[in-house]
Design a protein around this ligand. Structure first.
Ligand code: NAD
Length: 367
């Protein structure tokens, strides 16, 4: 990536971090002088957490700066922005596999976001995905029993609901799910479900102050264009001037939550007193079909393109894929004051700006 593109990318991350800081207000002061351990730091959510903590210190809102220990095994590569962040004194970037590692620094906050999230890649790395959500999580929970952090956040997923019964859409936290334990998505869905069981049990047995976030389709800067999730795939086609090829009938629906709203929600969960609880974090609307989403991306990019159909070369691509996914956010709104604000049109334009700085899709360096 050339240096002017790098500068633009940094300013995009900075704008998003400023928005998250503003959303949280005085609550950010809880991080003053504290250490935060973040796993999965090189991933999509990791990118936004790292920039948020860096910006929090740069803005001088904290009397004593916080310190971030940013861990990743680089299973999905090393993003260029991480090298910039690694040069800072307040961010300790370390290569670490949380499945093998049992040696963590004393810390007040733990954010466990390590686990491949893209369906194409978790099917490529099914055992690594399960291990991060079960063995890696267990290592961190054991550490929390010994070192008593103030708060611990585990990233579960809306996928724990599987393909919900239509009567349970929008889906609330008390819906128990309709999930295959052996299908092609099971390595992800079931390890997240077991991860949640581990969290609930460590809370009950050892009083660990652990909370669970269930993200519903986040998007925005930091999501690598070659990640193979739906929005990067659509942007990759549109930016290359190709028609957008749908790998499905285009009728499945999702809601999409812009990353600053999502990170605000996760930090509200982390900073809340609700130990042992799980919260949906996402956006309730618009619930949009993949076909309409492809059209929205074409409109954002402003090119004369069409939506076409193509068969995936992976026969399992659509197996157990939920037809609809939409969160009920009543609990998060009432207990956390969570209120997503960035609409899809604005969010897609921001994502377009980010990808426009990376036309060759080289955000990630393979290791
Ligand atoms: N982004 C979303 O919309 C979304 C939706 C549902 C759930 N989640 C969950 O949120 C978390 C973060 O998601 P993301 O989108 O940033 O994922 P991502 O795939 O972009 O990043 C995950 C990161 O974890 C790292 N990792 C994997 N195994 C590891 C290990 N054993 N040790 C250390 N690092 C390891 C990878 O190298 C990668 O950098 C994940 O737990 C994911 O399941 C995200």
């Amino acid at each position: 990536m050339n240096s002017s593109a790098n500068t633009t990318i940094q300013s995009i991350f900075q704008r998003d971090a400023d928005e998250i800081v503003a959303n949280l207000g005085d609550r950010v002061k809880r991080f003053a002088g504290k250490t935060v351990v973040l796993t999965g730091a090189a991933g999509f959510l990791g990118s936004q957490f790292v920039h948020f903590f860096a910006r929090l210190n740069d803005l001088g809102h904290l009397e004593v700066p916080c310190r971030l220990v940013a861990l990743d095994n680089y299973l999905r590569g090393v993003p260029a922005w991480l090298e910039v962040m690694a040069a800072r004194d307040d961010i300790d970037v370390r290569k670490a596999d949380i499945v093998a590692n049992r040696d963590y620094p004393a810390t007040e906050f733990i954010i466990h976001a390590a686990s491949v999230a893209s369906p194409v890649y978790y099917r490529k790395f099914p055992l690594e995905t399960m291990d991060a959500n079960v063995i890696g999580l267990r290592n961190l929970l054991d550490h929390a029993v010994a070192r008593r952090p103030e708060s611990f956040l585990f990233f579960s997923s809306s996928e724990i609901y599987g393909d919900p019964d239509p009567a349970h859409i929008p889906t609330a936290e008390d819906y128990r799910g309709f999930v295959s334990c052996t299908g092609p998505r099971a390595c992800y869905d079931e390890s997240k479900r077991y991860g949640e069981t581990l969290c609930a049990t460590f809370h009950q047995v050892h009083d660990v102050p652990v909370k669970v976030a269930r993200p519903f389709n986040n998007y925005g800067p930091g999501l690598s264009i070659d990640d193979r999730r739906v929005l990067p795939d659509f942007f990759r086609d549109a930016l290359a001037g190709r028609n957008i090829a749908l790998l499905s009938d285009g009728q499945a629906t999702r809601t999409f939550c812009y990353i600053t709203d999502a990170i605000t929600g996760y930090l509200l969960v982390l900073l809340s007193p609700h130990d042992g609880e799980a919260f949906n974090i996402g956006a309730e609307s618009p619930e949009i079909s993949m076909e309409d989403l492809a059209r929205a991306v074409i409109k954002t990019v402003g090119r004369d393109l069409r939506v076409t159909r193509q068969l995936s070369d992976d026969p399992n691509y659509l197996r157990d894929n939920p037809r609809r996914r939409c969160p009920d956010l009543t609990k998060s709104r009432q207990m956390l004051g969570y209120a997503p604000r960035i609409g899809l049109e604005v969010g897609l334009h921001r994502m377009f700006d980010y990808y426009s700085c990376n036309p060759s899709a080289d955000v990630i360096t393979r290791v």
